[in-house]
Design a protein around this ligand. Structure first.
Ligand code: SF4
Length: 405
């Protein structure tokens, strides 16, 4: 058998980033086998079926290997310099003729797993300066980004559940058995969940669908679609009612606790039971079990994002996840909000920064402001920061009342 060489890589397809061992033919540079790297600290040899496609992609005769230029009906290979010059001059022409926003960018998921594109695409984005920027995140995790920015001061400071140690894992609107842990990165999520159960812990799935993860869980609680924020408000209500909220050492970093208690007050388990489809006693039992566990985790994913109240669901989910004496961090809101800066992109609406008269909606995108205040809402502002979008129809007091309602 011809000799092979081992090359170690991480899989760029999803954020699990499993370690791969590629067995290649050094002469022909073809891939003979793709295996999981047993020594990878996270994936420990696990790979899913998608990893096996790389050999086909690598060998695909139609894979773009060199820049191609259309000449009449033909595609001809050109040098990199010629290709880059052509792209740069065409971009300049389009911008000069139609303005910078005539250009649009779509930034796909694998770029997020590639060091080079992470760096250079950011430069390109800044230089193009277009408002039309779309990403996989546009229909995925923007409410989570926004909530983390509002709660922790940075859109990418995600609390990452410690699946290796938790003894009570509540999963809302996620399906880690299939995704391998979106915004969580858990290669071989099934092993993590089995680990929780073998330690005597419990896995609870709250989802309108009986997902693969729900099948493997100890308990599946059905919830009506789009009612997660109500459910989580009731959860927070229960924590306050039973005096299970404690800030501890984070006293000086947290503000808004009284506001949170006041906002959650009307949302008792009984008040939301009919809307959520979750029995009040079942909800209380869940909060009980969660609060009495040593290392509970509440994790929410795309199901919480892709709905009308995604941002609200996440903002309620964070304090709900931190009852007294459990977990190290119990942030309710950071000591500072930063409405003047933020991340780009959401659903592609032109976006503007403004001096915000309405703190409550300072981080809400244009579409969300319209969703909340009606289609006729005028949204104005300057610049290209999506976080600057604001509904100007509301005074701050009206806004607070509306949120409370
Ligand atoms: S789970 Fe599959 S697609 Fe994702 S990184 Fe691992 S091998 Fe690649």
């Amino acid at each position: 058998m011809a000799s092979t060489e081992k090359v170690y890589r991480s899989c760029p397809t999803c954020e699990a980033s499993c370690g791969l061992v590629l067995e290649i033919d050094p002469a022909g540079q073809s891939i003979r086998a793709i295996k999981g790297d047993e020594l990878d600290a996270r994936s420990k040899g696990y790979v899913c079926a998608k990893s096996q496609a790389f050999a086909h992609i690598h060998d695909d005769p139609e894979r773009l290997r060199r820049p191609m230029k259309r000449v009449g009906d033909e595609w001809v290979e050109v040098e990199w310099k010629e290709a880059l010059d052509a792209v740069a001059s065409r971009l300049a022409e389009v911008r000069d003729q139609h303005g910078k926003d005539a250009m649009a960018l779509y930034y796909g998921n694998p770029n997020g797993h590639n060091f080079h594109t992470q760096i250079y695409t950011q430069m390109l984005i800044q230089m193009l300066d277009t408002e039309r920027f779309f990403t996989a995140g546009s229909v995925d995790q923007q409410p989570k980004n926004l909530s983390c920015d509002l709660l922790y001061g940075n859109p990418w400071l995600f609390p990452v559940p410690d699946l290796s140690r938790t003894d009570y894992f509540v999963c809302m609107g996620g399906n880690p058995l299939v995704s391998q842990g979106s915004l969580l990165g858990a290669p071989n999520a099934a092993a993590y969940l089995e680990g929780i159960q073998s330690r005597g812990g419990k896995v609870v799935v709250i989802d309108p669908r009986r997902t693969e993860t729900a099948e493997a869980a100890d308990q599946h609680i059905f919830i009506r679609p789009g009612t997660d924020a109500l459910f989580l408000f009731a959860w927070v209500n229960e924590l306050f009612r039973r005096d299970l909220i404690a800030i501890g050492a984070l006293e000086d970093r947290v503000e808004g606790l009284e506001d949170l208690e006041r906002l959650a007050e009307p949302f008792t388990p009984e008040a939301v039971a009919a809307r959520t489809g979750i029995d009040a006693q079942a909800m209380r039992n869940l909060v009980d079990d969660f609060a009495n566990s040593d290392r509970p985790v509440l994790y929410g994913r795309i199901g919480l994002c892709t709905q009308a109240f995604g941002k609200l669901a996440y903002r309620r989910g964070e304090p709900a996840a931190r009852p007294a004496g459990r977990g190290r961090r119990r942030h309710v809101r950071p000591a500072r909000d930063r409405p003047e800066r933020g991340h780009r992109s959401t659903l592609g609406t032109p976006t503007r920064p403004v001096a915000l008269p309405c703190q409550g909606f300072s981080g809400v995108y244009e579409h969300a402001a319209r969703l909340l205040h009606g289609r006729g809402t005028r949204v104005r502002g300057r610049g290209r920061d999506p976080r600057g979008v604001l509904c100007r129809r509301q005074s701050r007091a009206q806004c607070a009342k509306r949120q409370a309602d």
